[in-house]
Design a protein around this ligand. Sequence first.
Ligand code: ATP
Length: 445
Amino acid sequence: MTAKNMDELVALCKRRGFIFQSSEIYGGIQGVYDYGPLGVELKNNIKKSWWASIVYDRDDVEGLDASILTHPEVLNYSGHEETFTDPLVDCKSCGERFRADQVPDYCKEEDLTEPRQFNLMFKTNVGPIEDASSFAYLRPETAQQIFVNFKNVVDSTSRVPPFGIAQIGKAFRNEITPRNFIFRVREFEQMELEYFVKPGSDESWHKYWVDKRLNWWADQGVKSEKLKLLEVEKKDLSHYSKATFDIMYDFPHGLEELEGIANRTDFDLGSHSKNQKDFNIKAKVQENKNSTTKLAIQDLENNEWFIPYVIEPSAGVERGVLAILNEAYTSEEENKRTLLKLKPHLSPIKAAVIPLKRNNSDLVNTANNVKSELQSLGLGRVMVENTGNIGKNYRRHDEIGTPLCVTIDFETLENQTVTVRDRDTMKQEKVSLSEIANYYSRYFK
Ligand code: ATP
């Protein structure tokens, strides 16, 4: 069973230290959140899992970590300066502003102004002089920095299509109406892959990546029946897209986009390339008078230079966190407990080691040794819970999704066994102290 509503999730996130409102003690900033001790672990684990499946498990993708501050020309030629806008309306009655398609019921139609376009990009000044020429943007997506680094990556790795460049990092959008907790925020992280292919093979690669991404979400515990694939209607496509599939998830507030997978054609590399006329660019691109570099590649079969097409799976980390937490949230009436049935590889704490009595130094020392042994296996955070209340500790670790609790009791001192308790089944089993590291490694394999 998932959470009954968003409030239940928000409460758990705050109570247990997953997510806090940013700058809360000064009243908060709307649409900006901070990740607490457990939130940072969960987020890192999601990103690690994405990176492993996109980069390490394959042999055709390279990684990149580009800057957030972005040269204005990048976002000029990408089309963002012109088109990265949402329609904004004012309500003359309540004085609030809304995205035109998100006006609440309490505003009457006759009180609304005509929609006007509002650009969602954040600007900042670079250097000590503030004038019209000294600004940069905070990137609104990580993708553009991949395109403008295309030649650097190709030259340093000798890649030829099909191959990809992957990046995880912050993106910023000045959303008119941030809402629904971390679903729509102004500062968030994206996990993006730009996969470069030969024109003509783009449609089959598009399908390939849609299937791959659906399977990945299922592996993170987001049930397939809660995901819906939606082909974006032609009239709603972004300016760069030939076709886009949105992976929609049934969030607590409704069915909404979790990830978009777009066929961006040769729009981006074509837009940022010099000597555009030398290539048979299919997309409608603005004439580029500033780029110093050709973003093309030589076809090894016929020696002709061409601009690759791009398939882009683009997922938001925050929306992933929300979907994964919602799926994991389980309330068991019969056992009077709430638990997060997170997939073990995503759990913020992998194991809690609990000495039965907190004042017994033999128990506590043994617990510390077990913790160190498990921690050194490098599978994630292991912690000692030394509060002495075993029932409370089990309940806390159920609620934060810790898959295993290892209890050190008097039997441990007598016959060298520990008690391992499983989060989901609550079953307990005795494991010998000398075997606990193997047991733990096997569990997380
Ligand atoms: P939406 O239509 O919901 O505004 P979008 O189509 O503008 O989203 P994309 O530009 O395709 O989103 O961005 C790729 C992914 O980045 C989205 O699928 C989403 O997971 C994430 N994302 C985009 N905007 C936000 C935001 N304001 N807050 C959190 N995540 C976001």
